[in-house]
Design a binder for this molecule. Structure first.
Ligand code: MTE
Length: 344
């Protein structure tokens, strides 16, 4: 996979209070770099960086649905999840450099937001199936009744690119509890929106096994870090970031966080997952961030992030993306040193 990385002025510290117009300059700079190369094979997941080609400066934020509930926004920041060693990713970048294959499947894959016009996340429900008592939840009611908080999380793409993003939402454990799963449930599967009439990528890319689906062990889903995001940078989620709600599992690679979840199933058996079905050798069920487990085609020992002055910085990848103390007990067999060949 070709992986050409651009290094625009990407991250700014605590900038989400900045007026939208102030993002314009940086966005023009990103644009001036041209489109990044999307070196993806048709069925390969790619998080390589690409510049967006927006002509509307506020476009990536104008996709926040008007009818998204705003009760409880902006939510108080939970200081337990501070990321002291990192600066916060530019808000516009987080909403204009996305992976959401339901909307786009060729060309500038990361430039998702211009393709979201037809998509209407609200009103909506989550259907519940399998080993659970509850059958359906209204998503707007769920958001309104949730105890919203903001968490700043590291985000690590499988292709060694990273962000730091403030999500608004509530613990996944709360959502699981509302579904009233039976004791026999060992896994939970999340299934995403399936509306080819609103999702152009889904309509065109018929070779993908739509809808997008992901899965977790129940103990992973109940972990304190597992989060249901309903917002980003103090406002409801823009469509391209997963409206009406999505999962954020910061110790796992980004593709384990399904967007626009509309169905949850509780199962005894380990469920299949979208990328694992497509490329089982490359995208495993656990997919935990671990510098000691290289991707078959590249190392995961380090990651790249963009500094405010456009200088590339490469930093060591942390086991479980820096969340070792929260999740290490879940994975006693995870390799903690690297013993394999050097892959660059
Ligand atoms: N969820 C759905 N429904 N469809 C997708 O294509 N892409 C995944 C994940 N969730 C994806 C998805 C991938 S590959 C990544 S890296 C993250 O969403 C990207 O989230 P972001 O665009 O908000 O940064």
């Amino acid at each position: 996979m070709t992986n050409i990385i651009l290094y625009p002025s990407w991250q700014l510290k605590e900038n989400h209070a900045t007026a939208r117009a102030a993002y314009m300059k940086r966005r023009e700079f990103v644009k001036s770099l041209g489109l990044g190369t999307i070196g993806l094979s048709t069925l390969a997941l790619g998080c390589s960086q690409a510049a967006h080609s927006a002509s509307d400066p506020d476009g990536p934020l104008d996709t926040i649905p008007d009818n998204a509930p705003r009760d409880g926004y902006p939510a108080p920041r939970n200081a337990a999840f501070d990321v002291p060693e990192r600066i916060v990713t530019d808000r516009i970048v987080a909403s204009s450099y996305n992976n959401f294959y339901e909307f786009i499947n060729q060309g500038d894959l990361k430039n998702v937001w211009p393709h979201t016009e037809q998509y209407e996340p609200f009103p909506g429900t989550i259907e519940i199936g399998g080993l659970a008592k509850k059958q359906t939840l209204d998503i707007a009611d769920l958001i309104r009744s949730a105890d919203l908080e903001e968490r700043l999380y590291r985000f690590r793409c499988v292709e060694a690119w990273s962000m730091t993003v403030p999500w608004t939402g509530f613990p996944l454990a709360d959502l699981v509890a509302r579904c009233e799963p039976r004791n026999s449930a060992r896994f939970v599967k999340f299934i995403c929106v399936n509306r080819p009439e609103q999702l152009p990528g889904q309509a065109k890319a018929t070779w993908y096994p739509w809808p997008y689906f992901e899965g977790l062990r129940m103990d992973e889903a109940m972990n304190e870090l597992a989060f249901v995001a309903t917002g980003l940078y103090g406002e409801p989620l823009p469509k391209q970031n997963g409206s009406p709600l999505r999962l954020v599992l910061p110790w796992k690679y980004g593709y384990k966080g399904p967007k626009a979840v509309v169905r949850i199933e509780f199962t005894r058996q380990q469920p299949e997952t979208f990328w694992n079905k497509l490329q089982p050798r490359e995208y495993g069920f656990l997919s935990n961030v671990n510098p000691n487990i290289p991707h078959p085609r590249w190392s995961q020992a380090t990651e790249r992030f963009l500094s405010t002055d456009g200088v590339e910085e490469r930093i060591p990848t942390q086991i479980f993306n820096g969340y070792d103390e929260w999740v290490r007990a879940l994975y006693p067999d995870a390799p903690r040193t690297y013993a394999g060949p050097i892959i660059r």
